[in-house]
Design a binder for this molecule. Structure first.
Ligand SMILES: Cc1cc2nc3c(=O)[nH]c(=O)nc-3n(C[C@H](O)[C@H](O)[C@H](O)COP(=O)(O)O)c2cc1C
Length: 181
């Protein structure tokens, strides 16, 4: 049975994500692409994943070149649109750096520098895994994408989920230490 594509798109759009711009060097110069199909994969080794449309230029570049995953801050929706192919004026807050040889964006919430680890068939997309070499942390709130629109974070959900809640200590420990206790 095949799922209706529009229904699938609508369904997946309900899953709120952050927004990243994945940057890399190419024969044509520095390149950036807006990506919300980003995920952590493994802590040891340190792996992250981005899923790229086979038709995108970025998909060709990523398999063989180091890349950075730049996590966008709440104010950077114009940066997201720019790297999603919106033509027009380049946003003033796009500033590049490439001090370690891999181009990255300044002013983001965080940047994860990666070397290519492996690429896997993902249908009309390719899953590019990168081994994390370096992370840089900024400050602020993330840009959020939900139902085709950009958002800022709302209030924390009233879950009562605190360190000390049954079962929560274990996850708090994992988050604190970055690994399973
Ligand atoms: C919020 C947002 C998230 C996106 N996420 C992805 C994604 O995860 N994977 C992807 O291949 N394209 C994604 N896109 C579309 C690409 O950014 C767009 O097709 C881009 O123009 C490809 O650039 P390129 O061909 O120059 O590499 C996203 C666009 C937006 C606005």
């Amino acid at each position: 049975m095949t799922v209706d594509t529009m229904a699938l798109r609508s369904c997946l759009g309900l899953f709120a994500t952050g927004v990243t711009v994945v940057t890399t060097d190419s024969a044509d110069g520095v390149h950036g692409v807006t990506v919300n199909a980003f995920s952590s994969v493994s802590l040891d080794p340190s792996l992250v994943m981005v899923s790229l449309d086979r038709r995108s230029k970025a998909c060709d570049y990523l398999g063989s070149s180091p890349f950075c995953v730049n996590i966008l801050a709440a104010s950077q929706h114009d940066v997201a649109l720019h790297f999603a192919g919106r033509r027009g004026t380049v946003p003033a807050d796009i500033r590049w750096a490439d001090d370690d040889g891999t181009p990255r964006l300044l002013g983001c919430l965080a940047t994860i520098s990666c070397t290519p680890w492996a690429s896997y068939d993902g249908g009309d997309h390719v899953l590019h895994l990168g081994e994390v070499q370096h992370v840089e942390l900024g400050e602020g709130d993330p840009l959020v994408f939900h139902r085709k629109e950009f958002h800022q974070l709302g209030r924390p959900a009233p879950t009562g989920w605190q360190p000390g809640t049954r079962g929560a200590w274990r996850w708090a420990e994992i988050l604190r230490k970055g690994r399973k206790p």
